[in-house]
Design a protein around this ligand. Structure first.
Ligand SMILES: Nc1ncnc2c1ncn2[C@@H]1O[C@H](COP(=O)(O)OP(=O)(O)OP(=O)(O)O)[C@@H](O)[C@H]1O
Length: 255
C-alpha cells in the first residue's frame, strides 16, 4: 500500500533521513523506532507531506505522492495524528471529530453559505459518522464536553477519532503514547490493536520501544537517518546493530 524508495531528506547538509526504503502492506501495523534524532519524525512528515523529500519516491496505492501537498495526500486516504495533543479548544469533542470528516465531503462553500438542503444532508451525515468514530474510540460519553476538558489519554483518542472520521486507508501515528500514564498507554494500545484487527493499515512512530514491540507486525529501526533493521519484534530485538544503536542512548531497546 505504501512504498518508499531511496528517500532522503537533509537539513543544512546533514541527513535526517538517508536512502530509506520501506514497504507497508495492506492491513499491516508497522512500527518505526530508533534512538533520539534517528529521523523518525522527519520520515513521518515526508510521508504525510509536511516535509518534502530531497530525493526518492513515495508511492501510495500505486500513485506517486511525494510531490503532493498534505491535503491532496489526505484526500487520497492518508490521515495523520501528530505528536502532542492537537485539539481544537473551544469546541466539543464531537465537533473536533466532525472537523476530520469535512475533507472527504464535498458539500461546497456556496451551498454552505446559502444553506442548501445538500449542505444540511452532508452535515447530518458528518455528525453521524463522527458519533460512530467517538464510539469506536471509547469516547461516546465525552461527545458534548469541551475537548480541552478531556484527560490527556482521551485527547489522544480524540485525535485518532478525528483521523478516522475522514475514513482513511492509512493512519500515521507520531508518538501517540508520549506523556501518557501507564493506564492511558494501555487503553491506547488496546485501541490501536482493535483498529489493526479491523484491518486499518497503520504506521506507528514511537519512542516507547516496548509499546511498539507488543503491538506491531513488523518493526523498522532507524539510526542516523538510515534503516538499520527491519523485521518482527523478536528479530529486531536480537539484532546486534539495533542493540548497538541503543546502547548509551536514553531509550532502551529492552523496555
Ligand atoms: N527542521 C529541522 N531543522 C534542522 N534539523 C532538523 C529539523 N528536523 C529534524 N532535524 C534534525 O534531523 C535529525 C532527525 O530528527 P528527527 O526529529 O526526525 O528524529 P527523531 O527520531 O524523530 O528524534 P526524537 O526521537 O528525538 O523525536 C536530527 O539530527 C535533528 O536535529
Amino acid at each position: 500500500m505504501l512504498t518508499l524508495a531511496g528517500v532522503s531528506r537533509s537539513f543544512g547538509g546533514v541527513y535526517a533521513v538517508r536512502d530509506v526504503d520501506l514497504d507497508v502492506a495492506d492491513g499491516e501495523l508497522r512500527g518505526i523506532i530508533g534512538p533520539n534524532g534517528a529521523g523518525k519524525s522527519t520520515l513521518f512528515n515526508v510521508i504525510g507531506g509536511q516535509l518534502a523529500a530531497d530525493s526518492g519516491t513515495v508511492t501510495f496505492g500505486g500513485t506517486r505522492i511525494d510531490r503532493l501537498p498534505p491535503h491532496r495526500r489526505a484526500a487520497l486516504g492518508i490521515a495523520v495524528v501528530f505528536q502532542g495533543a492537537r485539539i481544537f479548544r473551544g469546541m466539543t469533542a464531537l465537533e473536533n471529530v466532525m472537523v476530520g470528516a469535512h475533507a472527504s465531503f464535498d458539500s461546497g462553500f456556496l451551498s454552505a453559505v446559502l444553506r442548501l438542503p445538500r449542505h444540511f444532508r452532508a452535515e447530518r451525515a458528518i455528525r453521524s459518522r463522527a458519533v460512530e468514530c467517538l464510539e469506536r474510540t471509547g469516547l461516546a460519553d465525552w461527545a458534548d464536553r469541551p475537548a480541552e476538558a478531556l484527560p490527556l489519554g482521551q485527547q489522544r483518542a480524540l485525535q485518532v477519532a478525528r483521523a478516522l472520521c475522514g475514513q482513511p486507508k492509512l493512519l500515521l501515528l507520531d508518538e501517540p503514547a508520549s506523556g501518557l500514564r501507564a493506564a492511558e498507554r494501555e487503553r491506547l494500545s488496546v485501541l490501536i490493536g482493535q483498529l489493526h484487527v479491523d484491518g486499518l493499515t497503520m504506521l506507528l512512530v514511537e519512542h516507547d520501544v516496548g509499546f511498539v514491540m507488543r503491538l506491531v507486525d513488523r518493526v523498522t529501526v532507524l539510526d542516523l537517518g538510515a534503516v538499520i533493521a527491519d523485521g518482527t519484534a523478536a528479530e529486531v530485538r536480537a539484532d546486534p546493530k539495533v542493540v548497538a544503536a541503543y546502547l548509551g542512548k536514553t531509550s532502551e531497546v529492552t523496555t
